[in-house]
Design a protein around this ligand. Structure first.
Ligand code: CDP
Length: 226
């Protein structure tokens, strides 16, 4: 890969905007590591729920985030996962996608101590370069020195529709209105929190994916890299 290609690529954006799909495709195309930072917040949330903790107990959840051994590794199975998520050695990849984790992850992700523990680990990995890192605050807080910052956006309705289709494909019986409500709620918590709120970095390229297919979004993003 010639050196003029950006080495650290940050992709941020709201829930279900397609960051993981696009990020993984981009990383594969460049031969880079793909790192979805949302899985770390999900892993801490899963662990707190698993231990029967009150997820609003900031001190207890923060201690958990500081102690837990969270590992993110390239996908070991082709069952739709973008990576493996291990907590204290246990594969919890699919557990982190449960509705309970979905409903509580934004509460956990708003805690200053949780963010500081996870951000440090993310920075260490990101600074090695040749990486596509996706999340909410990668371009603003985790890796402000990123060579390329993309902010992937879409309306809440479109994002809810995509999640609805995805769940239908998995054989679930989703309720569109319910999904839309949850997407809006998570957006609100993520963008109004005090620490590292969801927002586009000043130097980010905003890609509005509302009327685009996944392939069209990928083409646009690839054009920014080349
Ligand atoms: O896949 P989806 O967009 O639904 O969510 P995710 O990327 O897995 O992130 C789950 C939650 O983790 C988000 O709603 C945020 O509350 C939090 N998060 C964060 O605060 N900062 C990040 N860098 C990544 C995720």
């Amino acid at each position: 890969m010639p050196s003029q290609h950006p080495s650290i690529i940050a992709i941020d954006g709201p829930a279900a905007s397609g960051k993981s799909t696009i990020g993984l495709r981009l990383a594969n195309a460049l031969g880079y590591l793909f790192f979805d930072t949302g899985v770390m917040y999900r892993a801490v949330t899963w662990l707190a729920l698993e231990r029967g903790m009150n997820v609003s107990d900031e001190a207890a959840v923060t201690a958990l985030a500081e102690e837990a051994q969270i590992d993110v590794a390239p996908a070991s199975a082709s069952d739709g996962r973008t990576c493996d998520v291990l907590v204290n050695g246990q594969d919890i990849t699919w557990q982190t996608r449960s509705p309970q984790v979905d409903a509580n992850v934004s509460i956990v992700a708003a805690f200053r101590g949780v963010r500081s523990a996870l951000t440090q680990q993310q920075r260490r990995i990101g600074q090695r370069g040749r990486i596509v890192m996706v999340g909410r605050d990668i371009g603003t807080v985790v890796l402000p020195e990123a060579d390329l910052k993309i902010y992937l956006d879409a309306t809440a309705e479109e994002r809810a529709r995509r999640r609805y289709e995805e769940m239908l494909k998995h054989g679930d019986k989703p309720d569109y209105d319910e999904i839309l409500k949850k997407v809006i709620k998570r957006d609100r918590i993520d963008s109004t929190r005090d620490v590292a709120p969801l927002k586009a970095a000043q130097d980010a390229v905003v890609v509005d994916s509302d009327k685009l297919t996944a392939d069209q979004v990928f083409e646009q993003v690839l054009a920014l890299v080349k």
